[in-house]
Ligand binder design. Structure first.
Ligand code: G3P
Length: 218
């Protein structure tokens, strides 16, 4: 499973760049950062930080403007993936951009039907917001699992991307569900790598060696 970092801060992205396969952002994540002079400045800074795919959401809302905005960005940044909200305008834009060889990330997916239409439109990634679904009492991981099955059933080229991840169990669950990608906040990545028994085991190893150095036969 590929791991993308879900963040827009350049320093955070640099810190995790050795262990991630790409980056996803959205207007809210970018708006939180004070280090940009504007949306295009944010794009310029972020896209240059990793070699892998960087998803940047366009701000246009009608198909024609989406396509124009996407073409302009794709002409400047080769590793950019254009994030487009699902909906009729979005599907139209995804279809045309795919035909032009521009990668798209269908975002704000909350149902398998939305994912199916985005896959048919040729979206490179299908971003399913599992945390927000869970927040409403729905089972976000099941939408990932069913979408993975549909992609397999019909041989769609889209990759299922689990987003809105809240904790390490979400990562485990979407990995078991066969998600191609998980985009993960930095704090959750940190939690994934930790376990109290690891810390305790290392402490014991180092103490045992430290004590052993005092023996005469070393
Ligand atoms: O990539 C989408 C993600 O940033 C949304 O997460 O926590 O706002 O639902 P959240």
């Amino acid at each position: 499973m590929k791991i993308f970092l879900d963040h827009a801060n350049p320093d955070i992205i640099k810190k995790y760049s050795p262990i991630i396969d790409g980056v996803t952002t959205n207007p809210s994540l970018i708006a939180k950062e004070q280090c940009f002079s504007g949306y295009h400045d944010a794009i310029k800074q972020i896209v240059s930080l990793v070699d892998g795919p960087v998803s940047i959401e366009i701000l246009s809302t009608d198909a024609a403007a989406m396509i124009r905005e996407a073409e302009e960005l794709a002409s400047i940044y080769p590793n950019i993936v254009i994030k487009i909200p699902v909906g009729l305008d979005g599907f139209h834009a995804m279809k045309e951009l795919t035909q032009k060889g521009i990668r798209t990330n269908a975002t704000l997916i909350f149902s398998v039907n939305q994912a199916l239409l985005a896959a048919k439109a040729g979206a490179s990634y299908l971003s399913i917001f599992i945390g927000r679904l869970d927040d409403t009492g729905q089972d976000g991981v099941s939408v990932v699992r069913d979408t993975v099955q549909i992609v397999k059933n019909f041989g769609f080229q889209s990759e299922v991307l689990a987003a809105s991840i809240r904790h390490p169990l979400h990562v485990l669950q979407v990995a078991l569900a066969g998600s191609h990608v998980a985009t993960i906040p930095p704090g959750v990545i940190d939690q994934m790598g930790k376990h109290p028994l690891t810390d305790k085991g290392l402490e014991i190893f180092l103490n045992d060696w430290k004590n052993a150095e005092k023996c005469d036969n070393f």
